[in-house]
Design a protein around this ligand. Structure first.
Ligand code: TRP
Length: 458
């Protein structure tokens, strides 16, 4: 009954698919506004340190677990640690995927609607008027039906790509979308830097202002390192499970990390050159993209085109990430329950789509019935997943490698496909230990803040 597992068609295809998962709203929306309000380059330096020290070991760890077992998270943990509770770490991953995709896809719908709006109106009526733009944004997201319509289209696209499989869906479309993302970013970057006053934005992003850096920026950078590399819920275990033994997982991991970082930095340049050239406020925060940029585009030459390209870029980045989240859920039902790919994808893609509808309604269309712990269902899912589920999943994965599976066996698997001897055991042990301690600290900090009202640090 066991069919041969589907594999990536090429190393290049795998790298693009995995970096497609990593590059998403985290890079283009979250990173720039976080750097904007936390000391520019000072924040970036801490963030780079975090991805190198905490992100890289866990990223490679996930690839190794996936490739060794050739299974998605639940099966992978079960195979490496039989008859133990470790498989629940896999279940936590599937649950996180479910939760994250329900709101990620709502935001994916927003990017589609803004692409459409840019294309058809060029944001003309928003020119230079943040109040109008933000009213328009708020009334859009809190409308009952409009955002749901776009969310369902977005979810439909995800389902369609995933139904087509690893090679014919994920890899094929990543090969189309990732180069498009890069080209669009380069075009938008050149346009931004050449705007009069645009270089001010580059300075803002790259000159460190240590005075703006607070302890809480450090915690923020750590959490983001996780999110941006798609860690902590088995996405990279799942993508690793479609790999053959000939791949060098260390160099692949480094390459994916570098691509992810460069794209975040480029997105920062695109946004801040634009913001500075037209004198808008760089510290605007999360609303920067949907409320400030649409007021700027119509004021610049060719703004109609630039606005459309920008939101299309955002949509592509969101889609390549969203499919990697859906694949975790689909792969679970294929590997563990023996379902066919299309059945698993249609059934669970639809259920996630429906949960997403409630998420969207909770922002205004239907608030009375959709508040959990006094915050909207949408914010609740976002909060639960990024503050708890992902860090806990990532920490447990690192603990698993270090204590349960063991570094010698882990390195044995890494060395397949690697030419040299690689790092000595002790260094790898130290790296994983640091990652565990650091992530534990982030979670503890958050819990202390919830219970006492003030965090340990920050
Ligand atoms: N990394 C993506 C981003 O930066 C989001 C993402 C995709 C993700 N898959 C994930 C985050 C898995 C956490 C876990 O937007």
């Amino acid at each position: 009954m066991v069919e041969k597992r589907e594999h990536w068609g090429s190393r290049f295809g795998f790298i693009l698919a995995a970096s497609g998962s990593a590059v998403g709203l985290g890079n283009i929306w979250k990173y720039p506004h976080m750097a904007g309000s936390n000391g520019g380059a000072a924040f970036t330096m801490i963030y780079l340190l975090c991805i190198a020290v905490v992100g890289l070991p866990i990223l490679i760890g996930e690839f190794v677990i996936g490739r060794k077992t050739q299974l998605s998270p639940v099966g992978a943990f079960e195979k490496l640690a039989q008859k133990s509770w470790w498989k629940y770490v896999g279940f936590l991953g599937v649950a996180s995927a479910f939760v994250i995709l329900s709101f990620y896809s709502v935001v994916g719908g927003w990017t589609l609607r803004y692409t459409f709006l840019a294309l058809t109106t060029g944001f003309e009526s928003f020119a230079g008027n943040p109040d109008i733009a933000s009213d328009a944004f708020n009334s859009f997201v809190s409308n009952a039906w409009n955002p749901i319509f776009w969310h369902l289209i977005f979810m439909g696209l995800c389902i369609w790509i995933i139904v087509n499989g690893v090679k014919g869906g994920i890899e094929r479309w990543s090969k189309v979308m990732m180069p498009m993302i890069l080209v669009l970013l380069v075009i938008l970057m050149v346009r931004g830097i050449t705007l009069p006053g645009g270089m001010e934005g580059v300075k803002f992003l790259f000159l460190p202002k240590f005075s703006d850096l607070t302890a809480s920026s450090v915690v923020l950078a750590l959490g983001h390192a996780f999110f941006t590399l798609s860690l902590g819920m088995g996405t990279m275990i799942t993508y690793g499970s479609y790999l053959g033994k000939d791949q060098n997982l260390v160099t692949s991991g480094i390459l994916i990390l570098v691509i992810d970082t460069i794209i975040a930095l480029m997105a920062g340049v695109v946004i801040f050159t634009t913001v500075f050239a037209l004198g808008a406020d760089p510290g605007e925060g999360p609303g920067l993209i949907f409320t400030i940029l649409p007021t700027i585009f119509p004021q610049m030459p060719g703004g109609h085109l630039w606005g459309t390209l920008f939101f299309f870029l955002l949509f592509l980045a969101a889609l390549t990430s969203a499919i990697s989240i859906l694949e975790v859920v689909t792969a679970y039902f294929i590997d563990q329950k023996g379902w066919s790919r299309s059945r698993a994808t249609y059934v669970f893609g639809s259920i996630i789509g429906i949960v997403g509808v409630f998420c969207s309604l909770s922002l205004g269309g239907f608030t009375d019935f959709s508040t959990v712990f006094n915050i909207s269902f949408f914010n609740f899912l976002d909060y639960a997943s990024s503050k708890y589920m992902l860090p806990i999943g990532g920490m447990l994965t690192a603990i698993f490698v270090l204590y349960r599976w063991g570094i010698p066996k882990f390195l044995e698997e890494i060395r397949e496909g690697q030419k040299g001897k690689g790092l000595p055991d002790i260094v790898v042990k130290v790296l994983f230990s640091i990652a565990i301690v650091v992530v534990f600290f982030i979670i503890a900090n958050e819990i202390v803040e919830v219970f006492t009202g003030s965090p340990l640090i920050g």
